[in-house]
Structure formats: C-alpha cells, structure tokens
Design a protein around this ligand. Structure first.
Ligand SMILES: Nc1ncnc2c1ncn2[C@@H]1O[C@H](COP(=O)(O)OP(=O)(O)OP(=O)(O)O)[C@@H](O)[C@H]1O
Length: 544
C-alpha cells in the first residue's frame, strides 16, 4: 500500500523515517515504527482525531442551552392549564412527557454540561515531600455569613475546612474547598488553636479577610445533587443542641419542599428551600440522623407513659413509618385522566356534605364509587345505588385477592371500595371522590392511584358549635339521626382531627377548615381544580 493513501502528516513522518533508515539501517525499532505508521489502525485513529478536532471547532454544534429538561418542565407547567383549550397544546403536553424524549433531553443536557462519567483520575504531580503549595484567599467581609465551617482534623490536629455551604460566599469564591488546611487568618497563625479561637479571630476582623490555606488533594469535590424531598417534620436549628453550627442551619416546616444539594456527610445534609432558590444552602439533619432522633424520642415517650392510658396511642407509632423526608418530583396532570380526590376527616366533620355539594355542581364529573357491604339490604335500598350488597365469603375472598383499595368492619359487617370501581370512574373521565377511614391513607398512596389527599378539618370549638347549631346539623353519632351534636362530640371531633393531623399530616396535599360551609366548599372546588390542572409535588416513585 502506498504511503500517500494515508494521512499526510503520517506520510511525511514515514518519509523522514525512511531517509533516516538509510543511515541507520538494521535498527529493529525503526522497522517497527515504519510498520506502525503504515498500519490501517493508526491511520484510522488519526483520521478520527482530525474529524473530532474539526467538529470541536465548529460553532454550529455548540449546545444552544444545557438545561433543556428544565425548559421542558417549565413549558409543561405553562401548557397544563391550556390543554383543554387547544389540541396543539395537548399534543405538545403529551409529547414532552414521553419517556424517550425526556431521556434524550437528559442525555443532551449531560453532554452539553460536559457531565461525563467516569472521571479520569488526576495525574499525580510529583512534588517534593517538604514542598507545600499554599494559596492565599481574600474575601470581603459583609453581613452575609462566610458559608464555611471549620473543624480540627482528628488525625493531624490541624484546622481544616469542614463544610462549604452551596451558594454561600466561600462557595461562590470557588477558592476554598472542603479539606483545605487553614494556616493563617489575617496573618495570625492558627496552629494549635481551636475552631472557637479561629471564629473569634474572624469575628474581630473587618473588611477583607485573608486566609492562608494548604489546598486539599482535590478528592473532595462536590457535585450538586438534584434530589428534592418533602419534609415530614418541623426543624429549627436554634433549638437543636447537636447542630455543629447554628448559623449554618436551615429552618423548615413540615410540608416544605427542600432541594438537597449535598448528602456527602452522613449526618448533616445541605439543602435549600425550593421556593427560595437564590439563597445559600443550610445544614439540615440527614434522614439517618432524624430517624435515630425520632426512635429515641418514641422510646422516651413509651418509657414515660408505660402503664398509663396513652399506651394505646403510642402503639400507633409502631405501625407508622418514621416520618423524616420523602423524595418527591413534580407530577404533571394528564388531560382527561383525573387523580382521585381523597377526603380525610374526623367522623361528622362534613365530608359527605361537601361531596354532595360537588356532585350537585357537576354530577357527571364528580363521582363517588358505590361501596360494597355484607350487611343485609334495608327496605327502600337498591343494590348498586346505596351499596353493592355481597356475601361475606365473596367479599373476604375479594379482599384477600387485593380487589379492594380500602375496607373495614363496622358492627360485624364488612364495608369497602373496590379498585375496579375507581378505575371505571377514571376511565370515563370522571373525578373519583373517595372518603375512606384515615387508616386507609397509606394503602391508597400507590403509583397506580396517585391520590390527591385533602384533610377536612373542624374549626375551633366555638365556631364549630355555632355553625352546626345554625345549620341544625344532625349528629352522625346518633343512629336514629334525630338530634344535633353534643359538646362532647364536638370536642371528640377536634381531638380526632388533631390526631389525624399528627399521624398523617405529611401526606396531605391540602387542608380545608370546614367552618362556614359555602366558604369551605369554595376552597374545596379550588383545590380540586388545582389537582386537575397544576403540576404538584408527589412521591418521586409515582412519577417515574
Ligand atoms: N360547614 C358546616 N356548617 C354547618 N353544618 C355542617 C357543615 N358541614 C357539615 N355540616 C352538617 O354536619 C352534619 C354531619 O355532616 P356529614 O354527614 O357530611 O359528616 P361526615 O363527615 O360525612 O360524617 P361521617 O364521616 O361520620 O359520615 C350534617 O348534618 C351536615 O349538614
């Protein structure tokens, strides 16, 4: 094969090698080199290299944006309320949700962000053992905290950077990293000093702060995680005796959506509130740490109350999952397929009344499945209208084979709702309205049903009593349905609502106080419309 068929640079190299060969004939290495330069493989590789290099210079294939998935999600949010108006919007809405397109956008973004795996290891730089690279970092002190914490390294006893808060001043400087050793602060040598001493130096210095640092070997680089969680408990760093630095903590409430930016530390995660993207991240207890605390607290309560009446209440704890954080993702509405609405509430609070109003508003849209029961049919009842009447054997067999989404026993008779009746309502484009016992919540929260859960809560005692007296409300505790609620029943309703909130509050998408009936119904309608049209945070595994 002629060398001229090959890459010109390789050919040139081969020619000069041939000339050299005349002078250095017989050299084995030269022969090897000649055959290598003429090999198809090397030429193919060089060609590939030239093509990649050429493409790399070509501006036309530079990414226009590197967050296409984010843009797609924003478009989905804008499209959701327009789907029922425009078929084009509806089509685009469906297209943008297809898994293939979403995967393509994620892959595109990873390439555009040059987020390639695996990362090649750093090339080790041979350094003189005694020679240390030192960096001098200057930060201007402002009202904002530095966004870094320090600690004494257990092995070396030196002061090192323990954490860098995402988005904080230190992080934004890009010059300070976790693991860096602090040698001097404002020309004061910190060797042998404690972190508290260093903090005092920092507090006493104004203007520009100069750090002299020995950089870490760079193995501790952090990658921002994309995890979002819903918090299932309230947290206030000011009341937490164990947080390493109170100022670095992030306070949040049950139900807040948090963006977890770092889970590098086993006990302290870094997070920011989803609604407040611009602020620096703060420390929050990790799931593992919070679980331990809850178990400890529960053990304390059990010890303190063992033998007392409240023992039965504590037994509930064991049946519940330990509520810390749940990973969530945005769940987009699917036009024409509505999420079932689940109303949870204390007995007598008014769920049936609100459902009746919904159905009066649009009986074809808001549909409650007819429940099954084993109790005998009463005079005037029609099977399939009030209840679907079945034998105990049949119902028990169907429950055992998982055909019921919820069931319970009342006065020796079984009652329950079948999965099929919910599916049928969803299939005909109806909004399925359920009002199960609150203990059914966990069983209902499945990726198949994706329920939207609303807690209907009673108002405070006086308001509750006044509103029910005014409307001549009938007590649901009285079987003959011939009297109003007693004060004890009102108190019981409030107590029961508090307990439901305590045990299941973190699962609620909304809470509506049923004080004035019209106002409560108005809120319910708005909430149901929200579930139909808006993207809502839901357990991440429902969305995948
Ligand atoms: N906001 C309100 N103001 C006044 N009266 C109300 C209000 N909401 C409900 N009621 C009345 O309270 C009584 C009980 O309501 P309802 O039957 O809807 O309770 P429920 O929550 O469905 O009870 P259960 O779950 O025990 O069946 C009814 O007489 C109803 O008209």
């Amino acid at each position: 094969m002629m060398a001229s068929e090959f890459d010109p640079v390789l050919s040139k190299l081969l020619t000069s090698l041939n000339e050299a060969d005349n002078k250095l004939s017989g050299e084995q290495e030269l022969q090897f080199l000649q055959s290598l330069l003429q090999s198809k493989e090397i030429n193919a590789l060089v060609n590939v290299h030239h093509k990649v290099a050429k493409i790399g210079k070509d501006d036309r294939i530079a990414p226009v944006l590197s967050a296409s998935m984010q843009v797609a999600l924003e478009i989905l949010e804008l499209l959701a309320p327009r789907c029922h108006i425009s078929p084009v919007a509806k089509e685009l809405f469906h297209l943008l949700q297809t898994p293939h397109l979403q995967s393509l956008m994620c892959a595109h973004d990873a390439v555009a962000q040059k987020d390639f795996y695996p990362h090649l290891p750093e090339i080790p730089v041979e350094m003189d053992e005694d020679e240390e690279t030192i960096k001098i970092v200057q930060l201007v002190k402002s009202n904002e905290p530095l966004g870094a914490t320090i600690k004494t390294d257990e092995e070396t006893g030196k002061i090192i950077i323990a954490r860098i808060m995402h988005g904080g001043a230190a992080d934004r400087s890009g010059l300070i990293h976790v693991g860096d050793e602090v040698i001097e602060v404002n020309n004061i040598n910190v060797e042998g000093k404690t972190p508290a001493d260093v903090l005092t130096i920092l507090q006493n210095s104004g203007g520009i702060i100069t750090f002299k640092l020995v950089p870490t070997d760079g193995k501790m680089g952090q990658r921002e995680s994309k995890v979002r969680v819903k918090a299932y408990f309230d947290y206030d760093p000011d009341n937490d005796p164990y947080i390493p630095c109170k100022e670095a903590g992030l306070a949040f409430n049950r139900g807040d959506i948090l963006h977890i930016v770092s889970q590098d530390d086993a006990y302290w995660w870094q997070a920011r509130k989803e609604v407040d993207k611009t602020t620096r991240a703060g420390l929050i207890p990790s799931r593992a740490l919070q679980e331990r605390r809850i178990i400890h607290e529960r053990n304390q309560i059990s010890k303190d109350t063992s033998g007392s009446e409240s023992k039965t209440e504590n037994d509930d704890f064991d049946r519940e999952l330990i509520p810390t954080y749940e990973e969530v993702a945005k769940l987009f509405p699917r036009p024409g397929v509505y999420r079932p609405i689940v109303l949870i509430g204390a007995p007598g609070v008014g769920r049936n009344e609100l459902i009746r109003l919904l159905s009066t508003k649009d009986s074809e849209k808001y549909i409650s499945p007819v429940p099954y029961t084993t109790r005998p049919m009463r005079q005037g009842e029609v099977s399939g209208r009030e209840y679907i009447f079945v034998s105990r054997e049949k119902m028990e067999a169907d429950i055992a084979s998982g055909k019921f989404i919820e069931h319970g026993e009342f006065k020796g008779q079984l009652y329950g709702t079948s999965a099929d009746s919910v599916k049928n309502i969803m299939n005909v484009g109806g909004v399925c309205i359920l009002n199960p016992h609150y203990q059914a919540i966990k069983a209902l929260r499945t990726p198949q049903l994706k329920p939207y859960i609303i807690h209907i809560k009673p108002p405070a005692f006086q308001e509750l009593k006044m509103s029910r007296l005014t409307s001549k409300a009938i007590s649901t505790h009285d079987e003959t349905r011939s009297r109003g609620f007693t004060d004890d029943e009102f108190n019981e309703m409030i107590k029961s609502a508090d307990r439901i909130e305590f045990l299941y509050g973190h699962f609620f998408d909304d809470t509506i106080i049923n004080d004035d009936l019209d106002a409560a119904f108005d809120k319910l309608e708005k909430s149901v419309t929200r579930a139909e049209n808006e993207s809502i945070w839901a357990p991440a595994y429902w969305v995948q």
